[in-house]
Design a protein around this ligand. Structure first.
Ligand SMILES: [Zn+2]
Length: 81
């Protein structure tokens, strides 16, 4: 029996075990995207004018591209325990 969770970013089913190293995310990419949204979330708190801000599809695409660029630069060192 295995526990499954939904990736918070893309809702893909992720098996919760040692093999799923980015759990609850399905991948490093989704983890980075979520971190990006989290930092925007923080930014929102300190910037009341942006309180109605929501991620558009375009912004999401930009985050994905930034995440992939970050990954390219941090291939081995990023998110290692
Ligand atoms: Zn995902």
């Amino acid at each position: 029996m295995s526990t499954k969770v939904s990736c918070p970013t893309c809702q893909t089913e992720v098996v919760w075990n040692a093999q799923s190293e980015y759990r609850p995310f399905c991948s490093k990419r989704c983890q980075l995207i979520d971190l990006g949204e989290w930092s925007m979330e923080n930014h929102k708190i300190t910037s009341p004018l942006q309180q109605d801000y929501q991620l558009s599809e375009l912004d999401k695409q930009k985050l994905i591209e930034e995440a992939e660029a970050m990954l390219a630069q941090n291939q081995d060192s990023f998110f290692k325990d």
